[in-house]
Write a protein that binds this ligand. Structure first.
Ligand code: THU
Length: 143
């Protein structure tokens, strides 16, 4: 079994609701003139602090940064490196799961992360990063 890198209790339903609300708010800041897909991410750190991100597209399409990676960057820049949960919300008619690149970047800091992906209305997919990225390449593989 993988060693836990996060500690403490799982977020309460109220905390998850607040996290989803923060992701929805972040999605409204998306800069996505090309795809028109607006994504918001909210990351709950182990100490209870919250970091948000939205997707930031570029005229050179491949330089687009996903919402999840913006959130991780914001968190790390503020000194947070341990996380409990991530919420994702979009303007899309169905649930949008994090892309493979974001799964790998999240795994660097939060192998035990729980994910709450909001669809339209009250639809939610709750899962874990470990389920989304099994047999991941991890920092320990470099040692
Ligand atoms: N996008 C994210 O922000 N996160 C993901 O995990 C998947 C894709 C964004 C990138 C791009 O701006 C738009 O969604 C369409 O791919």
């Amino acid at each position: 079994m993988r060693k836990k890198t996060t500690s403490g209790s799982r977020p309460t339903p109220a905390a998850v609701q607040a996290l989803v609300a923060a992701a929805r708010a972040a999605a409204t800041q998306a800069y996505s003139p090309y795809s028109k897909v607006c994504v918001g991410a909210a990351l709950l750190a182990e100490d209870g602090s919250l970091y948000i991100g939205c997707n930031v597209e570029n005229a050179s399409y491949g330089l687009t940064i996903c919402a999840e990676r913006v959130a991780i960057g914001n968190a790390v820049a503020a000194g947070a490196r341990r996380f409990r949960a991530l919420a994702i919300a979009t303007n899309q008619p169905r649930v949008v799961m994090p892309c493979g690149a974001c799964r790998q970047v999240l795994m660097e800091f939060a192998p035990d992360l729980e994910l709450h992906v909001a669809g339209p209305g009250k639809k939610r997919v709750t899962t874990t990063l470990a389920d989304l990225l099994p047999a991941a390449f991890l920092p320990k593989h470099l040692r």
